[in-house]
Design a protein around this ligand. Sequence first.
Ligand SMILES: Nc1ncnc2c1ncn2[C@@H]1O[C@H](COP(=O)(O)OS(=O)(=O)O)[C@@H](OP(=O)(O)O)[C@H]1O
Length: 861
Amino acid sequence: MLLVKRIKCCIHVGVAFGLLYLLLYFLFHARIKPVERQRFKAKPFALYSCPAVNNSHAQHLNALPQQHFAYSTPWKGETEARILLVSEVDSMRYNKVLRDFISYLHVPVRMETILGFGKLSLSLVRGRFSLIVFENYHRYALLNEDAKKELHEYCRQHKVGIISFVNHPEDGKTLAQNGLKMAQQVQATDLQFDPDSVVPYVGRKGVTLPIRSPNSFMNVFYLNSTRWKPILNCLDSNKQPAALVALDNGTADGVEHIVFAHKIDHFLVKIAFWDALLYMSRGVSNYTLDHYIEIDIDDIFVGQAGSRLLEDDIDALIQSQEFLRDHIENFNYTLGFSGHFFQRGDPVENRADEVLVANAAKFYWFPHMWHHNHATEYDYTMLQALMTQNALFAENFNLPLLKSYAVSPQHLGVYPLHEPLYQAWSEVWNVKVTSTEEYPHLKPAWNRRGFIHHNISVLPRQTCGLFTHTHFFHAYPDGIKNLQRSIHGGDLFSTILLNQFTIFMTHQQNYGNDRLALYTFHNEMAFLKCWTNLRLKWVEPTVMADLYFEKFPSQKQLLYTNPCADPRHRKMLTANVTCSDNHLPNVVIVGPQKTGTTALLEFLKIHPNITSNEPVPDSFEELQFFGGSHYHLGFDWYADKFKPKREHKVVIEKTANYFDNPATPLALSTMLPEAKIIVMIDNPVERAYSWYQHVRFHNDPVALKYSMEELVSFLPGSAEYNETTRLRLRCLKPGHYAEHLDRWLDYFPPSQIIIVDSSSFKHEPLESLDKVISRLDLKPHFDYSRHMTYVEKKGFYCGIQNGKPKCLGAGKGRKYDDMHVYARIRLNSYFAPHNRALYGLLTRYKLDIPFWLTQFLHING
Ligand SMILES: Nc1ncnc2c1ncn2[C@@H]1O[C@H](COP(=O)(O)OS(=O)(=O)O)[C@@H](OP(=O)(O)O)[C@H]1O
């Protein structure tokens, strides 16, 4: 029995070992043996053929238009560089499509609705908008007499044009009165830009699109008056001429209108819309026809056996480069290599690797990290070693390098920043330029920007529909028609149309197999050449970076985001960095200065669920981060200042000069897009005087020399006026509340903005605090009256600490003489238009109106 048991036991052990052996064998072999992939043959493809050219218009084909502007003069800052998009509440997504599109002009787009017969708010002290777009012409048509008159006066005065989309059947009547007959669902053919129109700039004249599909129904206009000039023409089913887009150049009432009969879902209408925006915005966007394109091929040598380039793929790549040179001046493919993987494919691929390096001189090369390493996993020493290995590889094979350009695999370390990457890049490769699609975020694509960090220019990178994975004709996500749509007027086309600098990210794999990348780019360039006047160019990345930041100088400054709030960025953080210690503020008191910001913060902090940052001694305890002197210290410096405890539901930062700093709203909204913004609004006359006293106290020589009444009464041109200009501006400008608040509204919805009436707060803080607390969603009710008391000697409310009043320091609530009545009168009249504008703005956005403002308007009208 015992023997049988032993034998059985031995069999079990043997079987177990056998199984274990098999398991290890499969695991081991599965790991070391590359998975053979099925290779697909190169697919021959037809090139996009440009439809027949209309010979009578042939002269337009080669004549590139010069930059042109509506009302004949370029925009010179007569209005704010902001575009108003009057949108429909119930339009589903079309307003967003338009907003995203317009945003490529690189100016803020304000999306507003007008309900019923409401009015637009167009002017504060100066014009708020440089262009007005109505998503629906119907809203424009519905404006009542007064509102329309006001709109037209604004447009005439500021040379502002109106673009609108007609899509409401009732508008036929209004348009007919204006000489434009509308017809819906017409089978339009022969679309072309009008040879005599002044609007087409990007849109190429002389080419006709013969739409023959039975489903090509479009809304069109028939122009029955000389008032209207066609921009985009077509023929109806009876071969009668009609237009999809038309211009009224203001002959009737001095206001330029461009109306669209059809949405921008057709590529020619899309080009026409872009041209209409450029024409009407009078150069506000700095857009020209010179577009710079770079196509990076990452992952050279990287890839599983079966997916890599073969010899004839390399021939095809060389020919493709030649082909693209006909479309993109001086074009070169730029190849990002990882030397470690050289000759790590199958035997045919290994031969191809040899061929590629033998032909190295035909391309430009850039380092893509030795082992395709993830930069964020390594420290400086290791990165330096990895880069050196790749550099030696380049030297061995004489690769002609774009010495100053590099790309990090998977964008890691570029943004969010991994400092050792920048350091090693500079030292080993002398890198001056890189690119990423991750800054400030992958989406929305229109918001991608560049920045400069440690002398390395980071340019935005774009996607083209070919991603990290190998894509094939037969298995393209959602079908190859999807890619074709993107090429023929869809996303890929728009990327080049709207970005003046495009660096495409592609991967080696898509230049092999069925060569989907060649199909994509050849066709896209042929399509662009056919339908646009764009002048596509290739320049070295350093030149591109110079041109980019010359065009967008404000982008040089890196804008910090909160990497922990972006799921993609969370995964891209430097190894060992976690998000658990990151507690950024959810409320920011932005000022302006001398409105009681310190008192508000101190009183709010009495609440057990509210805390703030640790003080910073060298800047009046304020962090002065967004747009301020500490911004260069970066995200970690800022985040480190906040150490809330578990009970602190509200974390507040307060810096009193954020309010009127033009750089702050963008920087703040980039890092804290969800934050509530507290703006304290005091009578600007009182605020100016308090500020004047403040700088006098700090021994400002000009403030010591001149009284407030002198400061506001010197006549322009006098020596004293010039001497006091700087001080006067610093004193008065923060009180232009409407202008500054409007800028905040470009970046924050009104629902996130809390207006505090400083004057009420000063005298009745308990009531104001209750109001603020209710906006911060803190429950249950907190009884401030038990924690604060009025102190006669101080003349202000103070907190109670250990049973005793604790007032703010001597610098808050100073004693000084009342303002001279003369200065008060001067200042009242100086601020009157600003106060009226403020009232209009607060009313428009349903924000709280301070009591002092109502009183001021009551007295001053
Ligand atoms: N409770 C209480 N105690 C003291 N001071 C109070 C209080 N409430 C409002 N104020 C008013 O706050 C003014 C200073 O404003 P700020 O704190 O915003 O000034 S700063 O910009 O931060 O320097 C300060 O201006 P001055 O009176 O000119 O000193 C005060 O008028």
